[in-house]
Design a protein around this ligand. Structure first.
Ligand SMILES: C[S@@+](CC[C@H](N)C(=O)[O-])C[C@H]1O[C@@H](n2cnc3c(N)ncnc32)[C@H](O)[C@@H]1O
Length: 395
């Protein structure tokens, strides 16, 4: 996980200070608090057919840039890291990597991907095609790309204004296939009120535009309506042998046990380090800015490179210590949601502490858990039965 670069933070601060005629970010904060509050409600609780309209308002764009851009930048790196570190996906090494950002806004997701990939492979060329309906957002993205060009010398950008739903409005006949297609919090807006079959059909067509090893990264807000849309899509995809194929978050290709239970939503809660300006803007808003909450799908043109391990479990909760036990919950390779417990008797403190560092979204190999009584609790025989397959937490 890479921290939010000061170059972006300063760019947005300077833009806000200039637009709002303020000397420092704390003066801007007073002007922008209502806009951030409003935008936050629009993006996390309220929904209306016109909610995309915020992209036309200058203060909303500043609020987005200072408050949400850093979160998007960091958030997209979680599924990307899972794609690379867990699934073993590699960018092509014989030609530039091609990224398509649909509903790019001011480009936070593309920059997050670019930043992570260029830190890993500084010499690899990357081409980003950004598709966005809003003229002001696209204008900011163009300026940002030009101003940050020295930070990303191997990156090139192309900007297209269009309706992402309508391929004919942005796709060009000679477009080569894409390696990474990203839909960061844009699917729900673009397909608001659309029939599920329409989204499914659109996604099939999109998968046809992927390179052989191409992937689609979708992140969405944790809202019931958006979650239901994503889960329906996910359940339809796992039933269908045609691309795209579901790589994550599921350790199985069966119906989602969380969705069918109607009690739980499949989503991530990840820790990160918000930049200082974001903390300052949050002083009177009291949002949980150190947590990134989102739903996501990683989809591939081909099935996931390695088949799911029968003992694989994706954590759906942190590991908590209660009365002589460590408890958590997870989605397992058998297609079920289970609660897990491990008795701490005989375990030393460092071992307990280590397990308590695991968090929601981490992927474990849990050998031989046994059901306890008639409940759906699975008892893990001992700490040695747990092996971490994927975590982004500090060791
Ligand atoms: C919540 S913003 C996310 C922006 C950016 N992807 C990010 O994560 O920061 C959603 C974006 O999708 C764009 N959008 C919504 N519907 C669209 C459509 N049908 N075609 C193109 N862009 C669309 C909006 O204009 C807005 O910029």
């Amino acid at each position: 996980m890479h921290s939010y670069p000061p170059a972006f933070e300063n760019w947005w601060i300077q833009k806000a200070c200039k637009t709002l005629a303020c000397r420092e970010i704390k003066d801007c904060a007073k002007h922008l608090e209502n806009d951030i509050q409003h935008l936050s409600d629009l993006l996390t609780t309220e929904r209306s057919l016109s909610f995309g309209g915020y992209a036309g308002d200058e203060r909303s764009l500043l609020a987005y840039g200072l408050f949400f851009f850093p979160q998007t930048f960091a958030r997209i790196q979680f599924p990307l890291l899972e794609t690379i570190l867990f699934h073993g996906w590699n960018p092509p090494d014989s030609r530039p990597l091609r990224i398509l950002d649909l509903g790019a806004g001011t480009g936070a997701a593309s920059f997050g991907i670019l930043h992570l990939l260029q830190q890993e492979n500084p010499a690899s060329p990357i081409h980003v095609t950004a598709v966005e309906q809003s003229t002001p957002s696209l204008g900011i993205l163009k300026k940002l790309a030009a101003d940050q060009a020295s930070e990303y010398p191997n990156a090139s950008f192309e900007f297209r204004q269009g309706d992402l739903v309508d391929f004919s409005s942005w796709l060009q006949p000679d477009d080569p296939p894409w390696d990474i297609v990203v839909l960061s919090f844009s699917l729900n807006e673009a397909f608001f009120g659309s029939a599920r079959s329409v989204i499914r059909g659109w996604l099939t067509e999109l998968a046809g535009r992927l390179s052989f090893h191409g992937i689609i990264l979708i992140t969405e807000p944790v809202l019931k309506e958006d979650n239901d849309r994503l889960e329906h899509l996910r359940d339809a995809l796992v039933k269908d042998p045609a691309p795209p194929h579901v790589w994550s978050p599921c350790p199985h290709q069966q119906p989602c046990p969380l969705f069918s239970s109607n009690r739980f939503t499949c989503h991530e809660v990840r820790n990160w380090n918000p930049p200082e300006s974001l903390s300052l803007l949050n002083r009177h808003l009291f949002r949980e800015i150190h947590l990134l909450k989102f739903s996501f799908l990683i989809l591939g043109k081909t099935p996931a490179p390695k088949p799911s391990d029968p003992a694989q479990v994706r954590l759906l909760a942190p590991v908590t210590q209660v009365k002589g036990r460590l408890i958590t919950a997870g989605c397992a390779a058998d297609g079920c949601r289970h609660e897990y417990e491990l008795q701490t008797r005989g375990m030393d403190r460092p071992a307990i502490k280590q397990l308590c560092l695991l968090s929601r979204g981490d992927i474990l190999h849990i050998a031989n858990p046994k059901p306890v009584g008639s409940h759906s609790i699975m008892r893990i025989p001992d700490a040695a039965a747990i092996r971490t397959m994927f975590t982004l937490n500090p060791k």
